[in-house]
Design a protein around this ligand. Sequence first.
Ligand code: UDP
Length: 242
Amino acid sequence: MLGVPVHDVTLCQACDIAEALIQRGGAYQFATVNPEFIMAAQRDPEFMALLQQTALNVPDGVGVLWAARRLGQPLRERVAGVDLVQALCGMASAHRWRTFFLGAQPGVAERAAARMAERFPGLMICGTFAGTPREEDAPAIVKRIANCKPQLLFVAYGAPAQDKWLARHLREVLVGEQGLVGVGVGGAFDFIAGVQQRAPLWMQRAGLEWLHRLVRQPWRWRRQLALIRFVFAVLLESARKP
Ligand code: UDP
């Protein structure tokens, strides 16, 4: 989609892919792609290149589903970052994967992890840390995470910071032969910890979650202008297609 690969996976399939990759061994990056990602990547070659190299890009946002239909390659379902985190935690508790929560404001990763551990007994939280996406802080953060030997690493610094952090450092976190999946999860910890309220189900189903976020966090309006540019770019692209 405008140069960014978006995979046609359901939430269940995304979890199955994570399971297969962790069993295979090595480090794999997942991204939760929404229209803001795609527009940011048009102007940021590093972001575009990394999104072309991730193991999995799930379609996060109704805008992506609309664009896929418009471009003649419909996607089956929206896979929201917050839903992916919860489903992967469920899977992690069944498989005893060590799970690390990195990012968000101080205390939020801890609270999100505690909520997940309550919901999924047996979930092995091997560490939580707010940290920062700054490069000068990365060596200490990498060391801290590597010491915990996670198989699942969630990074919540918002896009593109979290995705660049993973592209630069995920391999450094990997210890030995184990498998490791790193996922950029945006505001997922805020929702899980209850710092931000998620849109009611009817709004999610009506494809209006973005509107709920805009009303709750009005400072987002400037970022959400990307949605309008995205619609125009997709219409232009679909008009160009034979
Ligand atoms: N965040 C952070 N450090 C930063 C910038 C952002 O920990 O330097 C966190 C922020 O607290 C939030 C998360 O990144 O929990 C995602 O932010 P946002 O809601 O903007 O991301 P989106 O879901 O829109 O990608």
